[in-house]
Design a protein around this ligand. Structure first.
Ligand code: PXP
Length: 236
């Protein structure tokens, strides 16, 4: 399994003072030097963390792959088509949410999603859909032309260590099996940390995990190189 590090929280910290530090470009470099195989950023509609110029600089400076998380918004699509990240991950987005809540409802808006991602696919960008691990969402995703799904691991992460853990884990396992049967590649992320990530090894064929909060949090105590190295080691 590969490790994509989400560096949005580095930008959150920087924006708290409105200055230049900590530098997200340097953060991306450190992540890459310590085992990250891609750098993920979410260009949110309200630009609360990552800004347009961050993405424009990252695309020219990173040596791995830029994975741009984005909502179905025309202005962000325009930026993606212009800068051409390696991949985009389509996520639902609500202004009031603290972080991405729940997966994208692909089944309920199949035509809209299919049409939205078409120009991105045509321009050579790999497309991933961030969905809950549910059968109908996986089946719908397979009809859109997207190459990847990213399974939302938030419910599993919250249930970890409780009586619901197994139920939530099985949902991920089943969704991943179905997706691969339907020709999709499978990533996962959200809420994964140094305690719960080990079970991702039990899911056959997972390609990449996208992890942000736990790595940046640990970095406060250990430094970013050590935090990334440790997570990369755990998922390798
Ligand atoms: N994957 C997606 C699609 C996300 O929206 C997020 C959160 O921005 C993550 C992964 C990473 O989640 P976390 O910060 O909880 O590790």
């Amino acid at each position: 399994m590969l490790l994509g590090v989400n560096i949005d929280h580095v930008a959150t910290l920087r924006n708290a003072r409105g200055g230049k530090e900590p530098d997200v470009i340097q953060a991306a470099y450190i992540c890459e030097q310590n085992g990250a195989t891609s750098i993920t950023t979410h260009l949110r509609e309200d630009r609360r963390h990552i800004k347009d110029e961050d993405v424009r600089t990252l695309i020219n400076t990173i040596s791995t792959k830029l994975n741009l998380e984005m909502a179905m918004a025309d202005d962000i699509q325009k930026i993606a088509l212009e800068i051409k990240p390696h991949s985009i991950c389509l996520v639902p987005e609500k202004r009031q949410e603290v972080t991405t809540e729940g997966g994208l409802d692909v089944a309920g808006q199949l035509k809209k999603v299919t049409e939205f991602i078409r120009p991105l696919l045509e321009s050579g960008i790999v497309v991933s859909l961030f969905i809950d691990p549910e059968k109908n969402q996986v089946e719908a995703s397979a009809k859109t032309g997207a190459q990847f799904i990213e399974m939302h691991t938030g419910s599993y992460s919250e249930a970890y260590g409780t009586s619901n853990e197994e139920t939530e884990f099985q949902k991920l396992k089943n969704a991943s099996e179905l997706a691969q049967k339907l020709g999709l590649r499978v990533n996962a992320g959200h809420g994964l940390n140094y305690e719960n990530v080990h079970r991702m090894h039990e899911i056959h064929g997972l390609y990449e995990l996208n992890i942000g909060h736990s790595i940046i949090s640990r970095a406060v105590f250990t430094g970013l190189p050590e935090a990334v190295r440790k997570m990369a080691e755990m998922i390798r």
